[in-house]
Design a protein around this ligand. Structure first.
Ligand code: TRP
Length: 458
């Protein structure tokens, strides 16, 4: 059997920093912006049920797998896949998979940064009182006035990318480690205040009913694929971000327990975000199924109507930006780690280079909301929709299948057991069975079913 590879000796100061970093990566626009509107579009409780199923039976086992690959390889996704495949006596072509992951992270960050830029703009708009007493039409007009201006969007996208790069170039310990230790607790406190506010001044019963009473009729094939893809997106798995964070994890930490804590926190934040948003939206009599603009059109109307709404609104969008920043860092980290570790380029240069590249791709998303809004790919997708669909509905689930196959069939059982040594025999057997058979098959099944339903065949 191979000896344990040890390439990268940088580790987080404590296992807690891994939890905070991974939770910081997991909790982001996916939880606060995407989850509520996706639930809104796909039948509320029905979507939430499928989503929870995907998180617990597919997401958690795959997240354990991804973390263990990273900690065993102790490197970026490309080098890790190469080394682990070689150690197991398989082809080094597995490193291609690492490349796809790095590219996927780029694609996600390129649009993520544009949306996060809206969040930055909304901090100022809310605090300035732009939404006080505004009607549905007025709020829609403020939003489209923003998205209609490519240069403003570009400026905001630039600002957000600069913030991300600033943290990334500071390095793993001082940049990432310190940033998440401060950002994550702030985020939780802000969110709890928001839910309290929503429960107090909103329509909490309607919110609860909406999120938890299932309407299976409203769940389409698209919705099924979205629930699967989103469970991967929200946990940050399937492209190597968690793999890289795992490569900085101390060997003594228990992967299983850590992953459970992170997935639990992430799910809690998604549900809490729903509970912060929907009661306010219902109390204001706004339509919940308003897509990506739910957070930016419906919610501000509600803030504008409520006493103290300007401050809570401003606070809320600060929260959104904080969450987005700690996620954005993890999307670019695999690429930066690759350039530093494999090419010997300094962290500063790698950060600037990768950030610049991502910024350029982001211009496509900036234009999707104005100049290119009717230039549709395949007749349905704007550039932004296409990137979103390709990455979260296709690439992340496929990445999950490949990682599960890799740990379950390519690596030796002894080496995965060694990495999960603190797991009990029963838990290990359960995880191993899920990874070897259940995850690849179930993900493939949902994927195919989603496509068939989308094409109207099933
Ligand atoms: N999980 C983050 C969110 O919910 C987004 C994210 C960060 C991500 N890193 C990732 C998604 C890696 C997929 C892969 O907003």
């Amino acid at each position: 059997m191979s000896t344990k590879p040890r390439r990268n000796q940088t580790v987080w100061k404590s296992p807690w920093v891994f939890v905070l970093a991974a939770a910081g990566s997991a909790v982001g626009l996916g939880n606060i912006w995407k989850f509520p509107y996706m639930a809104g579009e796909n039948g509320g409780g029905a979507f939430v049920l499928v989503y929870l199923f995907c998180i617990f039976l597919l997401g958690i086992p795959v997240m354990i797998t991804e973390t263990l690959l990273g900690r065993r390889g102790r490197s970026n996704p490309v080098a890790t896949m190469k080394v682990l495949a070689r150690d197991a006596g398989h082809t080094e072509k597995w490193s291609w998979f690492g490349w796809v992951g790095v590219a996927c992270g780029f694609a996600i960050l390129s649009y993520y940064s544009v949306i996060a830029g809206w969040g930055l703009a909304y901090i100022v708009k809310l605090l300035a009182g732009d939404f006080v007493g505004v009607t549905g039409e007025g709020s829609g007009a403020i939003f489209s006035a923003l998205t209609q201006k490519p240069l403003t969007l570009l400026g905001l996208h630039t600002l957000f990318m600069l913030m991300t790069m600033l943290v990334v170039v500071k390095g793993v310990r001082d940049g990432l480690g310190r940033a998440v230790t401060i950002l994550m607790p702030v985020l939780f406190v802000l969110l709890v205040i928001m839910v309290g506010y929503a429960a107090f001044s909103g329509d909490i019963m309607s919110g609860l009913r909406y999120l938890f009473v299932p309407d299976f009729g409203a769940l389409t094939g698209d919705g099924l694929m979205e629930a699967l893809g989103h469970s991967f997106f929200t946990l940050s798995i399937g492209m190597g971000a968690i793999l890289v964070y795992g490569s900085y994890m101390p060997s003594s930490a228990s992967i299983g327990k850590t992953v459970l804590v992170i997935a639990g926190l992430d799910t809690l934040v998604a549900i809490l975000s729903g509970l912060a948003i929907f009661p306010i939206v219902f109390a204001a009599g706004v339509e919940p199924a308003s897509g990506p603009s739910l957070l930016f059109i419906s919610l501000p109307i509600a803030f504008g109507e409520m006493p103290g709404g300007i401050y809570f609104g401003g606070l809320f969008f600060i929260l959104v930006s904080v969450a987005a920043l700690s996620s954005a860092i993890s999307l670019i980290e695999p690429a930066v780690a690759w350039l530093c570790q494999t090419r010997g380029v300094s962290r500063l240069k790698s950060g600037i280079l990768m950030g610049a590249l991502c910024w350029v791709i982001g211009i496509g998303t900036v234009l999707s909301f104005n100049i290119w809004d009717s230039a549709l790919l395949f007749g349905t997708f704007t550039f932004f929709d296409f990137l979103d669909f390709l990455t979260s509905s296709v690439l992340l689930p496929l990445g999950g299948i490949l990682m599960a196959i890799f740990a379950g069939h390519v690596m030796t059982k002894a080496s995965v057991r060694d990495e999960l040594s603190s797991m009990s025999d029963t838990t290990f057997s359960l995880w191993y069975a899920l990874t070897r058979w259940f995850c690849p098959l179930a993900i493939a099944l949902i994927f195919v079913l989603g496509i068939l339903k989308m094409l109207g065949v099933a």
